[in-house]
Ligand binder design. Structure first.
Ligand code: HEM
Length: 407
């Protein structure tokens, strides 16, 4: 063997040891150093702890998203299906397209701006009214969670469901979706939450059947090709599962980023048109959904690795969004970046249905309102900000304080 080939083998062995040794706890704590090594040494890697091939390069994730016929969303034995039943997220076209077309119209940009914006603004103001006099809050629990949940209840057409119920249902179903350890108590909670969502939809349907409004449930009910009642319920479950934590997480991550990057905070406070740059950079920098699953339908070669047909894979957008071939100095939070082709909302047929809702409620409403109404907003120096997750990643708390007004 030549020296060169020998070195090559040694490097392969090292990479192999590294991949075999990846632990889910380490990914949960801080996945980014692991992703950096994977980019260089094993961009398509079978990670035993995850039970999947992790695909981490930006161009490979884009390829997978552009070939849904090779990377199917209909994962066999998916836990999402077990908890929520068949829904748009885990279907392929043409069934997926039909379900999505029925639900999507209320989430389109113009509808968000005209119909939902005043409601989102009211939610923000009422929540801030509830704590502004205290001079301190945990913006995660006191603001971001209830803000996203209340807005979503309106958008869906179940406006009277309290934010606390929406948050609990969402969490319980999401815990079920990732209950790989098969813990019975987790299933019980997930089933109870799914049942509660079904009841709320039944009640909404009774009202909306004869009196349509601009909500998502109404849109599905009165669509040209309406889904069945069960499909409507399942779609509402998936929207509640995915429509609260992600906006909550981008909201808190963006506030934290600005509070720790004063120059960029000053830039955006001086020029509100820049809030949308803050939004795109925040979802790139800490992508609220870090990875989502697919299953291969044929043998495929990607970045030199052969993935057999039927394999479970993970499109790790949290890694692709820090791919240094696309985003120079990817770990830096920088609202001046020119490259904005991040994958935080996905990239193919399942491109997030709530993209414009999230951009608007967080970037146009929540952030400007918080920074305007909480003068001197800063991190609470006595409490630590905590972060976690890789499948979903975000701040676990955001303790802040501000100057109290004497009126
Ligand atoms: C910053 C906030 C958000 C992020 C980062 C995000 C991210 C994503 C991603 C990555 C996907 C693709 C998943 C896959 O292909 O398997 C997705 C799909 C989806 N998202 Fe979001 N999301 C956000 C907010 C929302 C909101 C507020 C809603 C509800 C209005 C929502 C509803 C959906 C739905 C229904 C799908 C499935 C679309 C389909 O199957 O065609 N998302 N989201």
């Amino acid at each position: 063997m030549t020296t060169h080939a020998h070195e090559h083998d040694q490097a392969n062995d090292l990479a192999n040891d590294f991949v075999q040794g990846i632990r889910l706890e380490d990914l949960w704590d801080d996945p980014y150093p692991i992703y950096r090594r994977l980019h260089h040494e094993a961009p398509v890697a079978w990670v035993p702890a995850a039970g999947r091939y992790l695909i981490t390069r930006h161009e490979d994730v884009v390829f997978a998203e552009q070939h849904p016929e090779l990377f199917s969303s209909r994962e066999k034995e998916s836990l999402v299906l077990k908890v929520m039943g068949a829904n748009m997220l885990r279907e392929d076209d043409p069934e997926h397209r039909r379900l999505r077309a029925a639900a999507e119209p209320p989430a389109r940009p113009r509808r968000v701006r005209n119909d939902w914006s005043p409601i989102f603004q009211r939610t923000a103001d009422e929540l801030i009214d509830s704590f502004v006099a205290k001079g301190e809050a945990d913006l995660c629990a006191d603001f971001a969670g209830p803000f996203a949940a209340t807005n979503l209840a309106h958008l869906l057409g179940i406006p009277r469901v309290p934010a606390a119920d929406m948050i609990r249902w969402s969490q319980d179903m999401m815990d079920g979706n990732s209950n790989y350890a098969d813990i019975p108590e987790v299933w019980d909670r997930a089933v109870a939450a799914a049942g509660a969502v079904e009841e709320a939809v039944d009640e909404a349907v009774r009202r909306l059947r004869d009196e349509p409004d601009g909500s998502v449930i109404s849109s599905m009910l009165h669509a040209e090709e309406p889904p069945t009642l069960q499909q409507i319920k399942n779609n509402v479950k998936v929207i509640i599962g995915g429509g609260i934590n992600e906006p909550r997480d981008v909201l808190t991550a963006g506030v934290w980023a600005l509070l720790t990057h004063p120059g960029q905070r000053a830039a955006v406070e001086a020029d509100p048109a820049r809030w949308r740059h803050v939004f795109e950079e925040t979802v790139r920098w800490i992508s609220p959904i870090g990875m989502y699953p697919r299953q291969t339908t044929e043998d495929i070669e990607l970045s030199g690795v052969r993935i057999p047909a039927g394999s479970r894979v993970a499109l790790v957008i949290g890694a692709a969004n820090r791919d240094e071939d696309v985003f120079p100095e990817p770990d830096r939070f920088d609202i001046d970046r020119e490259q904005r082709n991040h994958l935080a909302f996905g990239g193919g047929p399942h491109f997030c249905m709530g993209t414009w809702v999230a951009r608007h409620e967080v970037g146009e409403i929540a952030w400007p309102t918080l920074f305007r109404r909480l003068p001197g907003l800063e991190l609470d120096p006595d409490r630590r900000v905590e972060l976690g997750g890789w499948v979903f990643r975000g701040l676990l708390n955001l303790p802040v304080r501000w100057r109290r007004q004497n009126h």
